[in-house]
Design a protein around this ligand. Structure first.
Ligand code: KIV
Length: 266
């Protein structure tokens, strides 16, 4: 007898959610057990983020995370999920050329990812990946892989020129074929503007409630983070009875646009 499975969401489903104004929920996951709970609750997207360097491996940055780590954790996550759409991060210096990006993206897609995410306006890489049939999620605003260049985890796009540059980069990524965009740590008003100008869904983290969806690092939203929780995150386990309930509370709050509130935005 065959087991019944729920079909996976696709990029087309995510695009349709933006069009009908339904918020997209996304959490990071790195293993089979959390992936199963997240999927059961109905979270739309699972991100196998290189934040695993912080929360799983105990590093202070995401830089030490390798392609092998990301492929391994992607395999773990995809073993138990059914419906959720899975994105995997390309690692630091894993997309210095379009050909390297494609080689590495191939490993993540073979591990079960449905899309790869890369940081910055790497237009040539995005175009090349999309040409090869690889779906791409851009990531703008605070770029953790460039942390030593930026000089700390701080809000981006505050000055008018920086805000303009972010909008221009977002439009260029979309033009290059990116089908999703993560915006991290930018003023809520700027994120609202970018989300309304882009046809593709914009998933915010520390970017205000007007984005088309929200992503949080799983360990932060369960109050398990190493070190202090970022201001834009919230401990959903605090007022709930179980991990499953906490994830369901996040899912509901995002769908109903009650999270993030002003206190979790810039
Ligand atoms: O690696 C990660 O978890 C991420 C999120 C912070 C968006 O990129």
């Amino acid at each position: 007898m065959t087991q019944s499975t729920t079909p996976s969401l696709t990029v087309t489903d995510l695009a349709a959610m933006k069009q009908r104004g339904e918020k997209i929920t996304c959490l990071t996951a790195y293993d089979a057990s959390f992936s199963a709970v997240i999927d059961k609750v109905g979270i739309d997207v699972i991100l196998v983020g290189d934040s695993l360097g912080n929360v799983i491996q105990g590093h202070t940055t995401t830089l030490p995370v390798t392609l092998r780590d990301l492929a391994y954790h992607t395999q773990c996550v995809t073993k138990t999920k059914q419906r959720a759409f899975v994105i995997a991060d390309l690692p630091f210096l894993g997309y210095t050329t379009p050909v390297l990006a494609a080689k590495n993206a191939g490993k993540l897609l073979r591990a079960g990812a449905q899309m790869v995410k890369l940081e910055g306006a790497k237009i040539d890489c995005v175009k090349f990946l999309v040409d090869q049939g690889v779906p791409v999620c851009g990531h703008l605003g605070l770029l953790p892989q460039s942390i030593h260049l930026v000089g700390g985890y701080k809000i981006q796009g505050k000055a008018p020129e920086a805000a303009q540059q972010l909008l221009a980069d977002a439009l260029e990524l979309q033009q290059a074929g990116a089908q999703l965009l993560v915006l991290e740590c930018v003023p809520a008003a700027l994120a609202k503007d970018i989300s309304s100008q882009l046809a593709i869904p914009v998933i915010g983290i520390g970017a205000g409630v007007a984005c088309d969806g929200q992503v949080l690092v799983l360990y932060d939203m369960l109050g398990l983070g190493v070190g202090s929780r970022p201001r834009f995150s919230m401990d959903f386990l605090q007022n709930t009875a179980s991990i499953e309930d906490a994830i369901a509370a996040f899912h509901r709050a995002v769908k109903q646009a009650t999270f993030p509130s002003a206190e979790h935005s810039f």
